[in-house]
Each structure stands twice: as C-alpha cells, then as structure tokens.
Design a protein around this ligand. Structure first.
Ligand code: GTP
Ligand code: IMP
Ligand code: MG
Length: 333
C-alpha cells in the first residue's frame, strides 16, 4: 500500500502531525519525503518531545521504517546533517543520487532578491534560486557532495522494490496545493508543483502505484507571506479566536481566515484525494482537545465535517485534536 500525504491549503496544515500519527500506528517499510525542500517546517510532537523538521520525514521515530528523500526534493546538506544528528536516524536515511543541492549562494540570492523578498515573500531558504539553477541544468546534485556519499541510493529503485514485495510506503509531501507553481495563486507560490502527482514523481513512483491520497486541511485557513486569502481576518480577530500561529521556519506570524470550502474542493480534485484529514479541531471546538474517539465529536463539529464532505465528495477520515501524534480520531468511513 502506498499513501501520499498532501496539503490542501497554503501549507502548515499539520501534515507532519498526520504523518507522525500514521507512523506510530502503521507497520511501515518506508517514509519518503517529497515537495520543494527545506522551506518546509514540519512540527512533530512525539512522546512529549517537540521536533521541527525541514527535511527528515516526520515519522522518523518508527524504527522499522527506512527514510528517503526523493530526487525531486532540494537538500541543504547542513540542514540535513544536523537533523540526522538530532533525530539519530543515521543508517536508515537515504538520499537520491539526483537530489538537488542548495548552496550558500542560493540562500544569498533568495535573500537579496527584491522581488522574492518583497513581492513573493519567500522563506529565504534558497529553494527558488536552486530550482532556477536546476532548470538551467547547472545545479549540483547529491552525488557531487562527498559528505552525502554514505546516504546515497536510487530512491525510485528502492521504493519500487518495496512496492513489488507488497510493502507499505508513506510519501510525505510539503507546502500545499495553493502554493503550487502550476496550480496555485501565482506568482505568490513556491518554485515547483506541490500536488500529489508531483509528490509521486519526486520519489520516483508511477501514478498507478499510488493507492491512497490523504489531503490535509486545517479547520481554518492560514497563510504566511503574500498572496490572496479569502475572508482574511484582522490581527485583533485572529487573537480573539485563538488562531495565532507563527511560521516554523521563518517565525513570521501566519495570516488567518475561516475555512474556505471552494478552495478545499479544488484541492480535492487537483490531488485526487481518497480521504481527508482535518487538523486543529481542538482550536475550533475546545471540548475536543486530546480526544481519540468518534463519539467525542460534538454536534456542531459533526455538522462542519459533513459540510466539508458534502463539498469534497470524499470522507473526512482523520480528525486531529491536538499537536501530539496521539491526539487523533480515526472515523470508520
Ligand atoms: P509545511 O510542510 O511547512 O507546510 O508544515 P506542516 O503541514 O507539517 O505544519 P506545521 O508543523 O508547520 O504547522 C502546524 C502547526 O499546528 C504545528 O505547530 C503543529 O504542532 C500544530 N498542530 C497540528 N495539528 C494540530 C491539532 O490538531 N491541534 C493543535 N492544537 N495543534 C496542531
Ligand atoms: P519559497 O518556497 O521559499 O520560495 O516561498 C514562496 C512562498 O511559499 C512564500 O509565500 C512562502 O511563505 C510560501 N511557503 C513555502 N514553503 C512553505 C511552507 O512549508 N509552509 C508555508 N508556506 C510556505
Ligand atoms: Mg510548516
């Protein structure tokens, strides 16, 4: 079984949280990271410890799972090596020979570029300039970097072998549908497509090998950086509702708005979702905090879930009720 996790809004939906739950409860052979690169910040709270991961897959604590970074992802070797240290995954983390490399010059270009900083409001992590260089075919690849030598493999071959042997794979996407260079709110987007079809391609798996696509939504919408945000609330109102958040990578305050049903419908279509996950339901409905049973969903929350299903035409299977990998309700749908 191969499952892809994708973001349905503008990033930071809590994909890391959903992956951490699945890694805790499934017998996984592999978790593979897809998406742009270290512009992402996935927050994982496991056994009371908090990790902020930019490159290592969020289910790293499942010790039976091999961890992979696909050829389509960008790696900053400094960030990766430091995260390998923090998570202690050396020996079971692998990077594709053809994974693109972010160098200091890319970070500088990103941070000094007026357009990227002032208009797009990029994360300044060098991803955009590195993908520019990849398109020009001058970017260094992982196989050119001696420090990465111990981690190199052909991720596509490894994952396809696991599939042929009937194994279980989780593909963890980053960013989100409406930040896609192709389908998103251009030009206020990241530097590549970030929908499920590209996540499969990022790790070298063909579309017919994907069994499930879980699209993750936050119970309200947040966005960092610039670009349209339907129903955006003033700062005071965000505070009043308790929706205040800060970016994992940049520390910037996240803009916020109520859940956008038409945006969600578009995401379901672009990703070919088979089910949905809804995070931060404990923020919208405080009585749900830490709950793990379907009976604990209050009536008004149920109505909200049903409204989403009505628009999306796929079930909301996972309901997150707190930041920890344990705070989750799985519905029998
Ligand atoms: P990107 O790949 O950068 O888009 O990140 P992400 O989708 O993994 O999300 P990120 O970790 O940046 O942001 C989600 C935030 O919400 C984190 O602080 C999580 O710990 C927190 N979180 C996730 N799910 C829940 C939930 O159900 N309830 C609460 N209270 N917090 C949650
Ligand atoms: P870049 O990908 O760093 O070039 O940033 C381009 C736009 O995408 C900016 O608005 C960023 O804030 C946004 N962005 C990129 N990655 C993420 C993410 O992981 N979460 C949320 N926003 C992101
Ligand atoms: Mg994030």
């Amino acid at each position: 079984m191969t499952i892809i996790i994708a973001g349905g809004q503008f990033g930071d939906e809590g994909k890391g949280k959903i992956v951490s739950y699945l890694a805790r409860t499934m017998e996984l052979d592999a978790i593979a990271r897809a998406g742009t690169g270290p512009n992402a910040g996935h927050t994982v709270v496991h056994n009371g410890k908090k990790y902020k991961l930019r490159l290592i897959p969020s289910g790293f604590f499942n010790e039976n799972a091999k961890l992979y970074i696909g050829a389509g992802v960008l790696v900053n070797p400094n960030v990766l090596l430091q995260e390998i240290e923090t998570t202690g995954v050396k020996g079971r983390i692998f990077v594709d020979y053809q994974t693109g490399i972010i160098e200091q010059k890319h970070i500088e270009r990103d941070r000094k570029d007026n357009y990227l900083q002032e208009i797009v409001k990029s994360t300044g992590t060098g991803c955009g300039p590195a993908n520019e260089d990849r398109a020009r075919r001058v970017l260094k690849l992982a196989k050119d970097i001696p420090e990465l030598e111990p981690y190199l493999t052909d991720v596509s071959d490894d994952l396809n072998e696991i599939i042929e042997n009937g194994g279980e794979i989780l593909i963890e996407g980053s960013q989100a549908t409406h930040l896609s260079l192709i389908h998103g709110t251009y030009p206020y987007v990241t530097s590549k497509d970030v929908t499920a079809p590209t996540f499969a391609a990022d790790v070298g798996i063909g579309p017919t090998k994907v069994d499930e696509v879980i699209v993750v939504f936050k119970a309200f919408t947040t966005r960092v950086g610039s670009g349209p945000l339907n129903g955006e609330l003033p700062e005071e109102e965000i505070k009043k509702r308790g929706w205040v958040e800060f970016g994992t990578v940049t520390g910037r305050p996240r803009r916020a708005a109520p859940f956008d049903f038409s945006l969600a419908k578009k995401s379901v279509r672009l990703n070919g979702a088979t089910s949905l996950a809804l995070t931060k339901m404990d923020i919208l409905y405080p009585e749900m905090k830490g709950k793990t049973k379907e009976q604990d969903i209050p009536r008004d929350a149920y109505e909200f879930i049903e409204k989403i299903e009505d628009v999306a035409k796929v079930p909301v299977k996972f309901i997150s009720t707190g930041p920890s990998s344990e705070d989750l309700i799985v519905r029998d749908v």
